[in-house]
Structures are given as structure tokens and as C-alpha cells.
Write a protein that binds this ligand. Structure first.
Ligand SMILES: [Zn+2]
Length: 367
């Protein structure tokens, strides 16, 4: 079909609680629907997708971003949309957490929406059915998808490229590189920021069919170790993200004592990891999702602050918990779906998988 090609960027920003910044559209064609902000690329000027995203973020949300603040999560093309145009869309995530809600403007009003509330919101149907699931499965990674619109208005979608994980040392905002100026709305040294780095590791685990738990260890606002859960790939019950990260950090520091370090993990540590954390004398532990059944940082027990042990850690719980929990839930949901489709051999000794983190740490299986 001979139609013009229109190019646009969509920008996904999140606050420190992990809520996504959405715009309730005030204008047709999407009036009343919620979507990320963004806009058309200045084709005639030869604008790059990143330059377009930076311009749109400035114009629509008052954000002052650098190219390194953006991650290109996906490229979506849609041919013959409504019989009027082909569309090419670049989906960017803003890496640093947003600090302020932008004011309303001509396109609509902004809100930070908890991820758990997304299903209740009026969303464009393509967003609901195709874009959001792809986006969440590829945060920190990359995908390319194409929708071929049929005459009846529906589209047939195909995923052309899918890299759910993030490279371990992929460029992110460098710690300590603070946004300057009175209108700085982003940060790079907060617990929320480093939990974002741990979340990237959890996404890697998810991509590798591991229970999605990720961990980073920092010293002086620098990440010195990153690891994701690797129990399945290593066939090692001790290969929890925290255990792997602690070993890495000890190598980097050149000492088994990590007294100046903070450990960030997306799920409350299990007793094994809490034990290792105490032995390594980490100063502080920051975790995302609570684990009331098996957590050893106050959930089921508190080994990190056990009175008779010779070291106790400071604990900061619940940082970016909705995202951490969402990742775990979607993983277990997929596992259940696979089981129902018979792709995973049912095993009588495998307990029912719950939505919640299990009592034995990172795995869905006992012990
Ligand atoms: Zn563990």
C-alpha cells in the first residue's frame, strides 16, 4: 500500500516508587485514553529518534535529558494504520527516576500510575494488547515488532527481534553524575536508582527462565558488583543473586569484609543470603519485594539484625516494590501458563507456584 510513513517517539518515565508517567489524552483520536507521552519526529529536519525524545521530554514534561538518560526499548512499525499511514515508533525509557509530576498541557494531564492499576485504565487497545506486554518484557533489553493492519482495522502482530535482558555492563547513567540546574528532576545516586540497576539484573534472570531476582552492590555510590539469580543455569541452589554479587564485590574490594558497601536486591533476602550478608558485614541492605513467608530481613525472620550475631545491617525495605513484585508475579504467571500448555512436565513433587515469593528464597521449588 502506497502511504506516507510517519515517525514518532513514545517516552516511558517512572518515579522512584516505580509508577509510570502517563498522559490522559485531551484531544482526539485518543481522547480520554491513557498513554505515554511523546510525539512526531521532525522528519524534514532529519531529527534523530533520540533528539526527538529529548525534545518531546523537554516540551511536554519539562525534563532536561541527555541521550545517555534514554534507553531504546523497542521499535514498533505498523503498516496501513487506519488505511491512512504507516507508522514507525521508537519506544524510550527514561533511565533515572522522575522526581516531579509535570504540569498539565494542551495534550492532556499527567499522572504517575502504579503498574498494578494499568489494567483498569482506559488504554488504546493496541497498547493494552501488544505494546505494554512487549515493553514490560523488554525493559532494559530490546524488541522490534511489526503490526500489519488488515482492512477490518485489526492488525496481525509479529515480534521480529526480542532481547529481554540487559547486557551486564551496558551503559547507564554513571553514578555521581548529578543532573545540574534548578530544574533537575532526575537522580542517579538514590536507593531508587540503584534498585533500578538491580531490576535490570532481575530482567536478565527472567529472560533466562530463572526466578527474576537481581542484585547490585555499591560502594561510595558506585556499583561494584551486579548479578542475577542463576540457580537453573548453574544447577546450583546457592547461586542466588546476592551470593554471586557478594563474591564479585569481595574480589573487587580485595577483602571479604564489605563494611562500606550497600546491597540492593529486588526481593527480600532468604536465610542463606542473609547469613552471607552478615558474614560479609555489609553495612546496609535495600530490598524491593517483601517475602513474608521466607524473607530473612524481617519478613519471616530477621537474621540481618539478629541480636546474638556479631554484625547487624541497616535495612531499607520496599524500594520500588511494585516493579519488583510485578516482575516476580509475571514470571510465576508465565510458569503456570506453560504448565497448563504442557510445555513443562508436571512433577508431583513440584508444589503449586504462588504469586508470592516462596519461603525458600528465589526458587519456586522447596529446598
Ligand atoms: Zn537467597
Amino acid at each position: 500500500m502506497q502511504l506516507p510513513y510517519k515517525v514518532a517517539t513514545l517516552i516511558y518515565g517512572f518515579n522512584k516508587a516505580g509508577d509510570v508517567l502517563l498522559l490522559e489524552r485531551a484531544l482526539e483520536p485518543n481522547k480520554g485514553l491513557w498513554s505515554p507521552f511523546g510525539g512526531k519526529l521532525h522528519v524534514a529536519e532529519g531529527e534523530s529518534p533520540h533528539a526527538c525524545a529529548i525534545r518531546e521530554a523537554r516540551e511536554e514534561a519539562g525534563l532536561d535529558l541527555a541521550p545517555s538518560d534514554l534507553h531504546l526499548v523497542g521499535v514498533v512499525s505498523e503498516s496501513g494504520y487506519q488505511g491512512t499511514a504507516h507508522w514507525l515508533m521508537f519506544l524510550f525509557e527514561v533511565l533515572p527516576p522522575l522526581r516531579e509530576l509535570p504540569p498539565a498541557h494542551r495534550e492532556g494531564r499527567f499522572a504517575f500510575v502504579p503498574l498494578a492499576r494499568l489494567p483498569e485504565l482506559p488504554l488504546p487497545s493496541t497498547d493494552r494488547e501488544q505494546i505494554w506486554p512487549l515493553f514490560f518484557a523488554h525493559r532494559g533489553g530490546f524488541f522490534a515488532a511489526h503490526g500489519a493492519c488488515r482492512d477490518d482495522g485489526a492488525a496481525e502482530w509479529s515480534v521480529l527481534e526480542s532481547r529481554p535482558s540487559h547486557e551486564p555492563d551496558a551503559p547507564g547513567p554513571s553514578p555521581g553524575h548529578e543532573a545540574a540546574g534548578p530544574h533537575a528532576v532526575i537522580d542517579r545516586v538514590s536507593d531508587e536508582f540503584f534498585m533500578g540497576e538491580a531490576l535490570r539484573q532481575a530482567v536478565r534472570a527472567h529472560a533466562a527462565d530463572e526466578v527474576p531476582v537481581g542484585c547490585v552492590i555499591t560502594r561510595g555510590n558506585r556499583v561494584i558488583a551486579r548479578a542475577s539469580n542463576q540457580v537453573e543455569v548453574l544447577q546450583d541452589a546457592t547461586a542466588h543473586a546476592e551470593m554471586l554479587a557478594i563474591s564479585q564485590a569481595q574480589q573487587v574490594v580485595g577483602d571479604w569484609r564489605l563494611g562500606q558497601c550497600t546491597l540492593y536486591v529486588t526481593k527480600e533476602p532468604c536465610p542463606m543470603c542473609a547469613g552471607a550478608i552478615v558474614h560479609a558485614r555489609l553495612q546496609r541492605v535495600v530490598f524491593g519485594a517483601h517475602d513474608p513467608k521466607g524473607g530473612a530481613a524481617g519478613g519471616a525472620m530477621n537474621l540481618l539484625q539478629f541480636p546474638t550475631l556479631n554484625h547487624r545491617c541497616a535495612i531499607t525495605p520496599g524500594v520500588r516494590e511494585p516493579e519488583c513484585r510485578h516482575l516476580l508475579r509475571s514470571f510465576f504467571k508465565e510458569q503456570r501458563a506453560r504448565k497448563q500448555q504442557g510445555r513443562v512436565e508436571p512433577c508431583e513433587t513440584t508444589p503449586p507456584v504462588t504469586d508470592e515469593p516462596t519461603r525458600n528464597g528465589d526458587g519456586p521449588r522447596p529446598d
